[in-house]
Write a protein that binds this ligand. Structure first.
Ligand SMILES: [Zn+2]
Length: 192
């Protein structure tokens, strides 16, 4: 399974090169493709990312209908529905690859930085999933470093709070790839 996941990850990173080079293949985007998957789906990657309008997985990875199981939520923040959506992808759809995709200039990271450590009147659920990164007291003056640290925190949180995902990783049924999307270059890089 992990070999398959690595292969799928490479495929997506190659798709990202197509996006950067302006050579998108725009495949599998027709009604015909949708009809093929009318009563079943077999996506090969689950992507958790931000709702940000600039971060569109199908475009930046050069994918079409039926390839990606995408969960988008502001700031790539976590809550029960988000975690269960990933668990559904892993347990029910048997997806071998989970990509956590943070990005540059994330509005939720900015908002959290402006309000930390005070509870904000707005967006408490979002802040609950970002403040713990600020609690680490790392130098997050570089905004994009902050976003990357958040992606690392997200993985850690998922592994601690999802029995299904933790077990799948331990059994080599699931590969989690922490990634970051660079707005200036369009590059998706892997966070070590
Ligand atoms: Zn964002």
């Amino acid at each position: 399974m992990i070999e398959k996941a690595e292969k799928e990850l490479n495929k997506l990173l190659n798709g990202n090169k197509n996006f950067i080079n302006g050579t998108l293949t725009k495949k599998n985007m027709s009604l015909e493709t949708l009809n093929k998957y009318a009563f079943h789906q077999e996506p090969y990657a689950c992507i958790l990312t931000c709702s940000d309008s600039r971060v569109v997985p199908e475009i930046i990875f050069d994918c079409g209908i039926g390839e990606l199981f995408v969960i988008r939520v502001a700031g790539m923040t976590l809550g029960a529905n988000v975690i269960e959506s990933m668990e559904y992808a892993v347990k029910k759809l048997e997806i071998p690859l989970l990509i956590l995709l943070g990005h540059d200039d994330c509005g939720v990271m900015k908002y959290a930085k402006e309000h930390y450590p005070e509870p904000s009147e707005y967006f408490p659920s979002l802040l609950k999933s970002v403040y713990p990164v600020l609690d680490l007291k790392e130098d997050i003056s570089c905004h994009n470093f902050f976003s990357r640290q958040h992606t690392i925190w997200v993985e850690d949180y998922i592994l601690k709070h999802s029995v299904i995902i933790n077990k799948a990783v331990k059994q080599n049924k699931l590969l989690i790839a922490k990634c970051h999307f660079n707005h200036a270059t369009g590059l998706v890089d892997i966070i070590d």
